[in-house]
Ligand binder design. Sequence first.
Ligand code: GSH
Length: 225
Amino acid sequence: MKLLIGNRNYSSWSLRPWLVLKHFEIPFSDEVVQLGAEGFREYLATRSPTGRVPVLFDGDLAVPETIAIIEYVADLHPGKAIWPLDIQQRALARAAAAEMHAGFAALRSHAPMNLRASHPGKVSVDSIARDLHRLETLWGDLLARSGGPYLFGAFTAADAMFAPVATRIRTYALPVSDVVAAYVEAIYGLPAFQDWLAQALKEPWIVDDDEIDVIQGRVKPGTLA
Ligand SMILES: N[C@@H](CCC(=O)N[C@@H](CS)C(=O)NCC(=O)O)C(=O)O
């Protein structure tokens, strides 16, 4: 199997299925498409049914859409507990993943994933207050039920879906409770996440559309080194 992904520093959707494959020790290779580089959309059009990453290739099959990739991998490996084994916990994990897939729009647009950066205080808390409140409730309830360190105890696909959110909390030093802060640490403590992060930090590419100083007009596009 091969996973086509975007720049590790910025591509939050790519991180999710990659973490699942890596954490659950499923053999795969990856190929990075440099998002923002000249001609990247033309290249993606030749490789991805949706023109977006991630895409999972398994023989002749090309599966786009993060959730569909994770479900396909979980179907291939029913013994690996990619979703919680208990049917009710599994339903809650899928609900959380679906909520992440479709929601948290303010957090995603105002605080883009940028693993190498540290921008405390640059995201207006008012602009994302509703999303932060929902995270506190959702994560807080699940962690209280499971006892942590992950949402359903052991790491599952639900945590993979929220891993990029954990990085945004750290990059922008968003104000969160101790419970949420501990969960962010747990995500950073996952060996598979550390592997991704180490590779992300080696990437030289800048994507202006995901740089908060460019988005907020402090820095001109094309001038970040
Ligand atoms: N709904 C898609 C979203 C994928 C997505 O938006 N990927 C971004 C990178 S994180 C992308 O491919 N962008 C390409 C572009 O902007 O042209 C999924 O769940 O995988």
